[in-house]
Design a protein around this ligand. Structure first.
Ligand code: FRU
Length: 456
């Protein structure tokens, strides 16, 4: 699987569609898989929702898109390929089966004026209703110049009028992050009079970079950008999509890519996972906040608590009882000025395999060190680091979810990192805190063993 698609809450149930190859653990022959949940945590697989069908505009693949509620009728808008176009499907049995609209494609390709620039990359419709119109964003590019998002509008979801580019690489002058050559999977969320626009950047060679967000305003069909940053760090999280649930929460999922070789994926028989559900919000100072959905707490099983102690230079504090490979860890601490400390997990008793989450106070860097994460050389071992802005005297909170090969870390609910680790040894389950230099006050450390979501 890859991207989450068509996120919608329908009659109380959360529907999660996703890019899916039923034939092999690799990208190809893309269908829409479908799963449903009442609590964002436990999922039931439903039959495939969209299948590429000969003779139709989606014959070569049903690529990414979205779901909307058109006065009680569920509608999917998605990408047909070769050439890339926008298709529409409807359901009359509560999202279980989908009828391909006979007038497809509803958008047959890029606007003629931009065809030269775009050269065929035109996909991932994202649709929302505002005022008198349905609006649509499409991810695309200007060859040699960078990514671009196009704006369309419609009264009926069928006839679409091209308006203009909503955001163009370079033109926003926001930098400092390189956003690649092509922008995929655009999304636009509304928080009062502010907007959060995000998309995923790809290089000209098709290498997937990261998702990028821009905070700004949308007025008179124009987007004015204020700040830009990377939405998710760590290298695995890509092509997120978000939607509002009935409680008004903006919930986002992303695709967590594999970071192991194709042959290891073949051996495993699967590739790609969905991230945790992440709640997005904006602070009054235009700060994006990312936090794990509170529902995840229902998976908490056995609990250990520690805290109110100082860990200093060259010391280690093991948590032998709470070892495991499915854990939630919540750490709140006050790192001293010259402190470097961290947490080791998926650690073998002799330390041969271990993954470290390390904070270095002097550089305000948080790193996930994977250099010893696996004895298998066929998996990624790169470390990743982010700069964490920590106001002086403010505690650092790491909220960590470990699910076997998946490691997701929320830092002060301000930054989110996701990476993949593939320890080989069955005894790589240990956990400890350590300090390399200076000292850190550990206010609290909570560790929960997590239940499987498939038990109930
Ligand atoms: C992003 C993406 C989308 C496309 C889909 C194809 O990962 O490349 O742009 O619609 O995946 O599976």
């Amino acid at each position: 699987m890859n991207d989450p698609n068509g996120l919608i809450q329908w009659k109380g149930q959360y529907h999660l569609f996703y890019q899916y190859n039923p034939d092999a653990p690799m990208h190809g022959n893309i269908h829409w898989g479908h799963a449903v949940s009442t609590d964002l945590v436990h999922w039931t697989h439903l039959p495939i929702a969209l299948t590429p069908t000969p003779g139709r505009a989606d014959a070569d693949g049903c690529w990414s898109g979205c779901a909307v509620d058109n006065h009680g009728t569920p509608i999917l808008l998605y990408t047909g390929i070769r050439p890339q176009v926008v298709c529409l499907a409807t359901s009359s049995d509560d999202l279980l089966t989908w009828q391909y609209y006979s007038g497809n494609p509803v958008i047959a390709g890029p606007p003629p004026v931009l065809q030269e620039d775009i050269q065929g990359e035109f996909r991932d419709p994202f649709v929302w209703k505002e005022g008198h119109y349905w609006y649509m964003l499409i991810g695309t590019r200007r060859v040699g110049k960078g990514g671009m998002i196009l704006l369309y509008r419609s009264h009926d979801l069928i006839t679409w009028e091209y308006r203009h580019p909503l955001l163009v690489a370079d033109a926003s002058k926001l930098q400092p992050t390189w956003t690649g050559a092509m922008w995929e999977c655009p999304n636009l969320l509304t928080f009062g009079d502010r907007r959060l626009l995000f998309f995923s950047g790809q290089t000209a060679e098709g290498h997937l970079l990261y998702p990028i967000y821009v905070i700004g305003a949308f007025q008179d069909e124009q987007f004015s950008a204020r700040t830009q940053a990377i939405l998710a760090h760590g290298g695995s999280f890509y092509a997120p999509q978000a939607f509002y649930d009935a409680q008004g929460r903006a919930i986002m999922w992303g695709w967590l890519q594999e970071e192991r070789s194709q042959s290891l994926c073949q051996q495993a028989g699967w590739a790609g996972v969905m991230s945790l559900p992440i709640i997005l919000s904006l602070s009054p100072e235009d700060r994006l906040s990312l936090e794990p959905a509170s529902e995840l707490a229902i998976l908490r099983e056995k609990h250990w608590h520690d805290g109110n102690f100082v860990l200093s230079k060259a010391s280690q504090r093991p948590y032998a009882d709470s070892q495991g490979d499915c854990l939630e860890i919540l750490l709140t601490c006050e790192p001293g000025q010259h402190c470097t400390f961290g947490l080791r997990l998926r650690c073998s008793p002799d330390g041969q395999e271990q993954t470290r989450i390390v904070y270095q106070a002097a550089s305000q860097q948080l790193s996930i060190e994977r250099d010893q994460s696996s004895i298998n050389s066929d998996v990624d071992h790169e470390n990743c680091s982010i700069a964490v802005e920590l106001a002086s005297g403010k505690p650092l909170t790491l909220h960590i979810f470990l699910d076997r090969s998946v490691l997701e870390v929320f830092v002060n609910n301000r930054y989110y990192l996701a990476t993949r680790i593939y320890p080989q040894r069955p005894d790589s389950l240990e956990l400890d805190l350590f300090a390399r230099a200076g000292s850190v006050k550990i206010n609290s450390l909570d560790i929960w063993r997590l239940e499987s979501i498939w038990n109930n």
